[in-house]
Design a protein around this ligand. Structure first.
Ligand SMILES: *Cc1c(COP(=O)(O)O)cnc(C)c1O
Length: 404
């Protein structure tokens, strides 16, 4: 049996006419850049998220970059974020000339630990970027408290979490900015690159709209230096047509995750922490990824591949140990929870169209791989005691993880 990590063809086949019609309308209009199709998509997305304004942009990365630019963040400024995310989260901080400051993650959710954020605030801190990793919201209340106290901005990286909720609020609606990606692997995927920034602040929305078109405030008048960060009308048409289906797809992801957790529960229990399943802690997790932690991860991944199961490693190298950030001075062992997670995380297929027999095949293969693996190595932090010396285990033989 073949179980790919992600297969978008079934989703397309199910709503092909709607999508093809939406695209054909744009083609017939020959209006490809911004315009009414983009505006309608932005309004629908902002309404869905629960924010006043939606600004369609060229990618999730550019959504984060524009939020930093709209805050005027640059050289000399610090931005606190997580080391356990897709590269873009920290890359954008460096691109505006500011300094990324990494706070380690919570060992259960792998989302940024609010206590660590508070410890890293200095008089140079201008923003915090929490990431809602894999589709589960970070613990926002203490992050928002410390930000308000210190007068700094909160930019939510909600690229993996459209539709996630906690305490009645949707991902992206709590911070000063919410940033989304429509990369095809995300829960709401376009036919190429695309992204969105939401905000409920009028002045910020105006700045974002200007920055998206070279900082232009009226024709040929540039109050700021921006760039070309526009969302194409073709992408907006696809995304707007897909949005009404999103909650149904999300429900299917949640159902698939629940089935994995039920099937793998006994093996995880018997494994003595050599297999650890994701835990839902903050409300409504939308499972962009179903990520287990498993001892002997690379061997287990190979056994799954031999059984036709596609998996991926998000993320094999924590951001503070990336070569391009060497001059920030972090060393292995500095952020031990992230480093240990990098050595044992494994994402299983969880896309909405999976069949029950496919999920059973993945769970059976994984359960057997864990039980025959032997060894006593735990797949996570020991419950107490000091962290073992730097054991960032990064295997060189993994395929590069795609975006997300
Ligand atoms: C996908 C992703 C991004 C970047 O989005 P792109 O549209 O690929 O530029 C940023 N942050 C996180 C957490 C992501 O998963």
């Amino acid at each position: 049996m073949k179980v790919p990590l992600l297969d978008l063809t079934a989703q397309y086949a199910a709503i092909r006419e709607e999508l093809d019609d939406a695209v054909a309308r744009v083609v017939r209009s020959q209006r490809f850049v911004l315009g009414p199709v983009v505006e309608a998509c932005e309004a629908a997305m902002a309404g869905y998220v629960g924010a006043r304004h939606g600004i369609g942009v060229s990618s999730g990365t550019d959504a984060l970059l524009l939020a930093l630019m709209a805050e005027g963040i640059g050289p000399g400024d610090e931005v606190v974020t997580t080391p356990f995310s897709f590269f873009a989260t920290a890359g954008v901080i460096a691109r505006v000339g500011a300094t990324p400051v990494f706070a380690d993650v919570d060992p259960v959710t792998l989302n940024i630990d609010p206590a660590g954020v508070a410890e890293r605030i200095t008089e140079r801190t201008r923003a915090i970027i929490p990431v809602h990793l894999f589709g589960q919201m970070a613990e926002m209340a203490p992050i928002l408290d410390v930000a308000r106290e210190q007068g700094i901005a909160v930019i939510e990286d909600a690229a993996q979490a459209i539709g996630a909720r906690h305490d009645g609020h949707r991902a992206g609606s709590l911070g000063d900015y919410g940033c989304f990606s429509f990369f095809p692997t995300k829960n709401l995927g376009g036919w190429g690159d695309g992204g969105l920034v939401v905000t409920s602040d009028h002045a910020r929305a105006d700045r974002l709209r200007a920055l998206r078109v070279h900082g232009e405030t009226s024709r040929y008048h540039h109050r700021f230096v921006g760039g070309n960060f526009r969302l194409d009308a073709l992408q907006a048409a696809v995304l707007h047509a897909k949005l009404p289906h999103l909650d149904r797809w999300t429900a299917a992801r949640i159902g698939n995750a629940a089935l994995y957790t039920r099937l793998l529960g006994p093996a995880a229990h018997r494994s003595g922490d050599r297999l650890r399943l994701p835990r839902v802690v903050t409300g409504h997790h939308v499972f962009n990824q179903y990520v287990v932690r498993v001892a002997g991860r690379d061997r287990v991944q190979a056994e799954l591949a031999a059984a036709g199961v596609g998996t991926a490693i998000y993320y094999p190298i924590p951001l503070h140990l990336q070569e391009c950030f060497a001059d920030l001075g972090y060393r292995p062992g500095d952020l031990p929870v992230s480093e240990r997670a990098a050595g044992c995380v494994l994402a299983l297929p969880v896309f909405p169209e999976l069949t029950e027999s496919q999920i059973r095949h993945v769970a059976r293969t994984l359960g057997e791989a864990v039980e025959t693996g032997g060894g006593a190595e735990a797949a996570h932090d020991p419950p107490s005691g000091p962290a073992p010396p730097s054991r960032t285990h990064v295997s060189a033989d993994q395929p590069a993880a795609p975006t997300g």
